[in-house]
Ligand binder design. Structure first.
Ligand SMILES: Cc1cc2nc3c(=O)[nH]c(=O)nc-3n(C[C@H](O)[C@H](O)[C@H](O)COP(=O)(O)O)c2cc1C
Length: 232
């Protein structure tokens, strides 16, 4: 791992090492540790910002678990701010972090076709044991063009609004949570660009149908869908 600040390196490494020894949860669900994140010394994001465009045409080349790992991390993984210790990749009002992250997998090397929930604390994913839900996800997104294509991975960002509204009420609901989803999804989109992958954001879908397809907890509201793949 390459990082400029040695203190940060130590703390970040501790966060990741802790992750390796977490026990597997019950219910037959599988916990899969994700590959380690390599922090590039290069700090510039200009290239990714300049080149990012919504990509809606994909080829069916499989993605890898390393790519999924990096994209989860960019969206909502652990970072180090050098003052308070471990924080997260997206800014959050009051440091409350109301967002949850999923990936719907249909052709990723190293992951069975299933729906996985990201656990940022130990940089792992938990399978939901739903099998391949890509068809169901496509059905809920109206007429988006990726419906007709073979897509290997679709990320979904959800929010538990109550985490933020308990402290910030209506302002939290109307402003903070959607702002945070925007920041997080942009992180993911820029990382996809930096990895040479295509990605775009979908906001048009049936909330209840997506919740049902992913078997989401009732506290969670799905906010954004992000198909990711090799651009055609
Ligand atoms: C909140 C949000 C919701 C979006 N929903 C959709 C969508 O449902 N379908 C779609 O094709 N694109 C969707 N987009 C992508 C926009 O159409 C796209 O970002 C815009 O045309 C600008 O193009 P660019 O991303 O290439 O810069 C959405 C973008 C955002 C930020």
């Amino acid at each position: 791992m390459v990082m400029a600040n040695p203190k940060r390196t130590v703390l970040f490494t501790v966060v990741l090492i802790c992750s390796c020894f977490r026990p597997t949860d019950g219910d037959g669900k599988r916990r899969i540790s994700l590959p380690e994140i390599i922090i590039s010394e290069e700090r510039g994001v200009d290239n990714a910002i300049f080149r990012r465009r919504s990509v809606r045409q994909f080829v069916k080349d499989p993605l890898t678990i390393e790519q999924i790992s990096t994209l989860f991390w960019a969206a909502g993984g652990a970072t180090v701010d050098g003052v308070t210790g471990a924080t997260r990749a997206y800014p959050s009002a009051g440091g409350l972090y109301p967002l949850h992250f999923y990936v719907v997998v249909s052709g990723v090397e190293g992951l069975d076709n299933d729906v996985y929930k990201y656990d940022w604390k130990n940089h792992s994913v938990m399978s939901k044991n739903l099998g391949d839900r890509m068809g169901a996800v496509k059905e809920v997104t109206y007429s988006n063009s990726f419906l007709k294509q073979d897509v290997s991975a679709v990320f979904v960002i959800t929010a538990d609004y109550s985490i933020t509204t308990e402290r910030y009420s209506r302002r939290g609901e109307k402003r903070y949570v959607p702002m945070e989803a925007g920041a997080s999804s942009q992180n993911l989109a820029l990382k996809a660009e930096a990895l040479g992958l295509g990605c775009y954001v979908i906001g048009a879908f049936e909330d209840w149908a997506l919740s049902s397809a992913l078997d989401l907890d009732k506290e969670e509201t799905p906010l954004l869908i992000l198909p990711v793949g090799n651009a055609r």
